[in-house]
Ligand binder design. Structure first.
Ligand code: FO1
Length: 304
């Protein structure tokens, strides 16, 4: 089966890891959100791309979900002593990724080429693509004005009330090289359990059209987001956060929807929006959970 998975940060990375253990390298392409990318201290940082790659390579920090396992913080400690910006924490191992990526981008190489080479160096066999080789920047409209995504997310800890989002550069940015081809070859597209507003919407806006069956997995279980501010964002925009709200979000694009057993009372309502549903355990606490959910989703796709 040929699958394209659309992924953001931690939740997306976990399912992508499960899919990578269930599909051959030529059967899976993971297209990753780059709307969270930003330039910080002269470095080009791609949080979601790195989270997905580190997770696939078994290098991810299991506590935070982002950054590297067994990280050391010498750079950060010394930067703080000098009065440098400490709100965005860059570990010593992680720093090599940002430095080398920035150097190569400055020499004119594309983000997709650099990602391909980094994946090879980390032993990742499945294809990982940034959604675009051109910059798209997620801007968060809040009650305190418009904030760049990392300013809102990390610096302000998602405290300002959200009113909406804008994806700066989205009209000029086309899909990264290889993304269209992967979508053309795909039997189905999986929307991973990532934040619909800030992880998946930017990818959908760049890709524009998907003419394949799409199956989405809810990142909201029992009215709360497994990780991150998705539920808070729904609530602040006047929508009750639930798997039903996520299904409604994807109503024009998805033909299948996966919700957690905890939300099974929402199944009938979701079936009115998106025809086919799968109710299963979607929480990925262990490495086995990732593979089990991936296999459940692939089996569901086979039945569509
Ligand atoms: N998230 C934080 O909450 N605090 C940090 O200091 C932080 C540093 C960081 C460094 C590299 C990287 O790739 C990601 C990092 N993140 C940090 C995660 C992050 O920016 C967000 O989780 C994503 O953008 C949301 O998907």
């Amino acid at each position: 089966m040929n699958i394209v998975a659309l992924a953001g940060g931690v939740g997306g990375a976990k399912l992508a890891h499960g899919l990578a253990q269930s599909l051959e390298p030529e059967e899976l392409t993971i297209i990753v959100n780059t709307g969270d990318d930003f330039e910080h201290m002269g470095l080009y940082i791609c949080p979601d791309l790195d989270t997905v790659c580190y997770t696939l390579a078994g290098l991810a920090n299991p506590e935070t979900g982002w950054g590297r396992a067994g990280e050391t913080w010498n750079f950060m400690e010394n930067l703080e002593k000098l009065g440098g910006a400490s709100w965005f924490r860059l570990g010593d191992k992680d720093m090599a990724t940002h430095l080398e990526r920035t150097r190569r981008l400055k020499e004119g190489e594309s983000l997709s080429q650099i990602t391909e080479d980094f994946c090879a160096a980390w032993g990742i066999k499945h294809k990982v693509l940034p959604m675009s080789d051109l910059p798209v920047r997620t801007m968060v409209n809040t009650d305190e004005g418009e904030l760049a995504f990392q300013e809102y997310f990390v610096h302000r800890r998602c405290e300002p009330r959200v009113k909406g989002f804008r994806f700066d550069g989205v009209y000029a940015a086309g899909p990264a090289s290889g993304a269209k081809e992967a979508l053309d070859l795909a039997d189905a597209v999986i929307i991973c359990p990532s934040n619909p507003w800030v992880s998946i919407d930017p990818i959908l806006r760049v890709v524009k059209e998907i003419n394949k069956p799409v199956v989405a997995i809810s990142p909201i279980i029992g009215g709360t987001a497994v990780k991150g501010p998705a539920a808070k964002m729904y609530a602040e925009m006047g929508i009750e956060p639930s798997a039903l709200a996520v299904a409604s979000h994807y109503r024009n694009i998805a033909s299948g929807f996966v919700l957690d057993n905890m939300d099974r009372e929402l199944d009938a309502g979701i079936k009115n929006i998106i025809m086919k549903t799968l109710v299963t355990d979607t929480l990925m606490k262990t490495a086995e959970d990732r593979v089990r959910l991936a296999k459940d989703v692939l089996h569901f796709i086979g039945s569509l």
